[in-house]
Design a protein around this ligand. Structure first.
Ligand code: THU
Length: 134
């Protein structure tokens, strides 16, 4: 599949917004995680009545992608039906960084144009020192 331009990737993410389940915040978020082979992995936020169990669109996309066997993630487009640009929360930044430190975030500026932000720019001093014991 040909690599999509950033505006096209954002449009594809926007088309996913109706799948978000956000009855409590009414803030729908959708993400598309793209791998090196242009494989496209969707995610939306899904909220629970027990609020803390809710999941953000970004982690939903990553976890689904990993479950499908994908790797080598290159770009993550994120949109919402409210605020723009919507930047990944701290928890998502950490988890994304662990799997794709060189990820490029494709965000939507307030005027609708795409903006590319390296995840690394949002993680100046990441938590990376923990190494599981053999
Ligand atoms: N949310 C995301 O899905 N991604 C973000 O980057 C920010 C927040 C969700 C979590 C919750 O369902 C709603 O947006 C309001 O915080």
């Amino acid at each position: 599949m040909a690599r999509r331009g950033p505006a096209e990737l954002l449009a594809a993410a926007r088309a996913l917004l109706p799948r978000a389940s956000a009855p409590y915040s009414r803030f729908r978020v959708a993400a598309i995680l793209e791998d090196a082979g242009s494989g496209s992995h969707p995610g939306v936020n899904v909220e629970s009545a027990s609020f803390g169990l809710s999941i953000c669109a970004e982690r939903a996309a990553l976890f689904g992608a990993l479950a499908s066997g994908a790797s080598q993630f290159e770009r993550l487009a994120v949109v919402s039906d409210g605020l723009h640009p919507v930047l990944p929360c701290g928890a998502c930044r950490q988890v994304l960084f662990e799997h794709a430190p060189d990820l490029a975030l494709i965000l939507e500026r307030a005027d609708g144009t795409p903006e590319e932000v390296p995840l690394r720019d949002l993680m100046p001093r990441p938590f990376t020192d923990f190494k599981p014991k053999p």
